[in-house]
Design a protein around this ligand. Structure first.
Ligand SMILES: [Zn+2]
Length: 198
């Protein structure tokens, strides 16, 4: 398992990987799942353990729909100054929460909250998770309005980009609406939605 931070979508040419952080968050995650199903997109959900414990049924829906999972820590702490031991305890606790929700779940990725990686990549890799970064973030945490998110996504996407979006951590209805609008536009421009390359 490599500890280098992956930020590339699988396949060559106009491929893009959508990744969603900070959930599960019932209101927006469930609507997002409907949107992804409508557009036949498989995505990665980077889950916070505290949210998983609160909403395990939403994690089961994510897995049932064929999406991949990542670990985004228990409580979204900045881990940049944490020791390897403290990081490992948090990452294990998060994975245990995910596996209580979905016993057979494979947790393929880890993403550090705030992208504050510190010592996390090597710890995540030792636990069998690939550190997953991104090439495009569109500031959907602001949130800037659905029209602006659509513009930033269409202007910012590059071949092979992993894209950071959010389904949790606040009202993410604009993120969900933007994905619903962007997907058919990109498809018409011959883009393919794939999972990350690693
Ligand atoms: Zn986050």
């Amino acid at each position: 398992m490599g500890a280098d931070i992956l930020d590339t979508a699988r396949g060559g040419g106009r491929t893009v990987s959508l990744t969603f952080d900070d959930g599960p968050n019932p209101a927006d995650t469930l609507r997002l799942l409907t949107v992804l199903r409508r557009h036949r997109i498989a995505a990665v959900f980077l889950l916070c353990g505290g949210q998983v414990e609160a909403h395990p049924e939403v994690v089961r829906r994510i897995v049932a729909d064929g999406h991949h999972l990542g670990n985004h820590s228990m409580h979204h702490d900045d881990m940049s100054t944490w020791s390897a031991e403290r990081i490992e305890a948090d990452l294990r606790e998060t994975n245990e929460a995910i596996r209580r929700a979905v016993p057979a779940a494979r947790v393929r990725y880890f993403r550090a909250p705030y992208g504050a990686w510190g010592a996390t990549p090597a710890v995540a890799a030792a636990l069998g998770m690939r550190p997953l970064g991104w090439r495009l973030a569109v500031g959907d945490w602001e949130p800037p309005g659905t029209d602006e998110l659509v513009r930033r996504l269409l202007d910012g996407v590059t071949p092979g980009a992993v894209v950071l979006l959010h389904d949790g951590g606040g009202d993410r209805s604009q993120s969900v609406a933007a994905v619903d609008r962007v997907a058919p536009v990109l498809r018409a421009r011959r883009w393919r939605f794939t999972l990350p390359a690693g």
